[in-house]
Write a protein that binds this ligand. Structure first.
Ligand SMILES: *Cc1c(COP(=O)(O)O)cnc(C)c1O
Length: 237
């Protein structure tokens, strides 16, 4: 297909998306894994719906958003692209949980029972169950969202009993590090949590970890979903 030369912008997103897939394939190969086991989530927060449409045009279907109202507006603007799968990946405030339950297919940032309970009640009965990841905080920084490793079993137990929620696995955002050895250490800790959880809930299939700065380390530690924003859509202001 000939790129639209008048729209360089669109070509750029397509090219960056191709590079992101190549990077995943290369990381998978180095980890002796099959790249088909790894989903690329394109993180489009703060970017306009035209950017999402450009990525869609290039075949991308999984998108991640972090700010509820901004996301709901973009989802409405793009409602014609009905096969997009929308993932909510930002912190969830109680007063916004209904919007999340009504507009998303996945929520990756469930870190407390109170929010799980609200999402379950607010997810309408004629919708398929909401896919849920438990967000885990493995770094000790207090400000970060996510439950502690110790809290995973209780939260998983609760979610697994919710009719309108389907537990799919774990998500984490480890403390930023430029040191690959440090990155791998955090991701391996998460892999251990995931393996433990999977022993109890064999149907879970998603370990969401790795972003623009640490895709390789995450894939070497078993990530099944990398969340890439900057490398596809450019820096955020
Ligand atoms: C913003 C964000 C990303 C994407 O980060 P980049 O460094 O831009 O790739 C991934 N995951 C979460 C939870 C985010 O909030």
């Amino acid at each position: 297909m000939t790129p639209q030369l008048t729209d360089k912008y669109m070509v750029t997103i397509a090219e960056r998306l191709t590079s992101a897939y190549a990077r995943i394939a290369n990381a998978a190969k180095n980890a002796q894994r099959n790249s088909s086991e790894i989903t690329l989530l394109a993180v489009s927060k703060t970017k306009p719906s035209t950017d999402i449409a450009a990525a869609y045009e290039h075949g991308q279907r999984q998108f991640g958003e972090s700010y509820v109202q901004e996301a709901v507006d973009k989802i409405a603007q793009l409602s014609a692209l009905s096969d997009i799968t929308w993932h909510f990946i930002g912190p969830i405030q109680s007063n916004k949980s209904a919007l999340v339950a009504q507009h998303f297919d996945w929520v990756q940032s469930v870190d407390r029972i109170k929010i799980a309970k609200r999402l379950n009640t607010q997810r309408l009965a004629d919708f398929p169950p909401l896919n849920v990841l438990i967000q885990v905080n493995i770094s000790t920084e207090e400000a970060k969202s996510g439950c502690s490793v110790d809290q995973i079993p209780e939260l998983a137990e609760f979610i697994s009993q919710c009719e309108q929620l389907t537990l799919r696995g774990l998500m984490a955002i480890p403390a930023k590090s430029d040191d690959p050895a440090e990155q791998i250490q955090s991701f391996e800790q998460l892999q251990t949590c995931f393996d433990k959880l999977k022993a109890q809930y064999p149907h879970i299939d998603t370990l969401s970890m790795g972003m623009s700065g640490d895709v390789e380390a995450a894939i070497s530690a078993g990530s099944t979903m990398v969340r890439i924003g900057t490398d596809i859509f450019g820096t955020r202001t």
